[in-house]
Design a protein around this ligand. Structure first.
Ligand SMILES: [Zn+2]
Length: 272
């Protein structure tokens, strides 16, 4: 109900300008969101941001890790597709980088950075992170943030984003960041706390249903919060592993247990 009220409040800001915008139901959920872009426009923006990032980054040559990423990614994608009927054109790239990071852009464009594999240590933790990042895309959190940014800044951003084609460099950077790949371009816009909890909940369900032991989520967040010594990784600034996240995850673990029990049960999978 709270989400619906917020949605209507944001939508009302737009009625004056556009008249036709409404709250959209997210397929496969009972959630409503205020959106001004279509899934196709978001996917187009996601794809162009993805190409831009891949052009700048170096793809890993580690065939074993790439194979594992593809395997886990496809399992998560299958669960997400069955639940939300997305029709995404999924891609999974392993990027060689000292920065522990991972993201999924609208349309199913996923990147995992080699450094975060060291903290994951196994396939199950990779499945949790992929599940979380994929959930941001399936629940259209990037699209929601674009709509919020536009509602706050008026229609200037809207005109610049129309049709999923962004010419202005600054607007493009804000869009990339709004879609969820901020850390890669040094412009960090964390998702809201409620979007983060939602991504945790759905992500954990995807991972458990795909066959990965959900209990590893807690171990992963513990390792993540301990990594980097007195210089914590950027991933933590957008995904704080604090007491409230850990508490929420503990409560969620009980809920996802039946999903894991009915899954193919890969346990922790292979070591990374
Ligand atoms: Zn997140």
């Amino acid at each position: 109900m709270k989400a619906m009220t917020k949605c209507l409040r944001l939508a009302s800001l737009f009625v004056l300008f556009l008249g036709t915008q409404a709250c959209t139901t997210i397929p496969g959920t009972n959630k409503h969101a205020f959106l001004v872009t279509s899934p196709e426009e978001e996917a187009k923006m996601g794809n162009s941001a993805y190409r831009e990032i891949l052009n700048k980054e170096k793809e890993s040559t580690n065939l074993r890790d790439k194979k594992i990423l593809l395997r886990v990614g496809n399992r998560i994608a299958q669960v997400a597709e069955a639940r939300h009927q997305l029709g995404f054109k999924w891609e999974f790239k392993l990027i060689e980088s000292k920065q522990p990071n991972a993201f999924c852009l609208p349309g199913g464009k996923v990147a995992v950075y080699t450094e975060i594999l060291k903290i994951m240590q196994n396939e199950a933790a990779l499945a949790m992170v992929l599940g979380h990042e994929v959930a941001h895309a399936t629940l259209r959190h990037g699209g929601q943030r674009i709509a919020q940014n536009m509602a706050v800044s008026g229609l200037v951003g809207g005109a610049a984003l129309a049709g999923g084609f962004i010419k202005d460099r600054q607007v493009r950077q804000v869009a990339i960041s709004a879609l969820g790949a901020g850390a890669t371009i040094g412009l960090i816009l964390p998702f809201s706390r409620s979007n983060e909890s939602e991504a945790d909940a759905f992500g954990l369900e995807y991972a458990a249903e795909a066959g990965y032991d959900p209990r590893e989520a807690l171990n992963f967040w513990k390792r993540m919060s301990e990594s980097g010594g007195n210089k914590p990784p950027e991933f933590l600034s957008t995904h704080p592993a604090d007491a409230s996240r850990i508490q929420n995850l503990e409560a969620l673990l009980k809920e996802v247990e039946p999903l894991y029990l009915n899954s193919p049960k890969y346990g922790l999978g292979e070591k990374l």
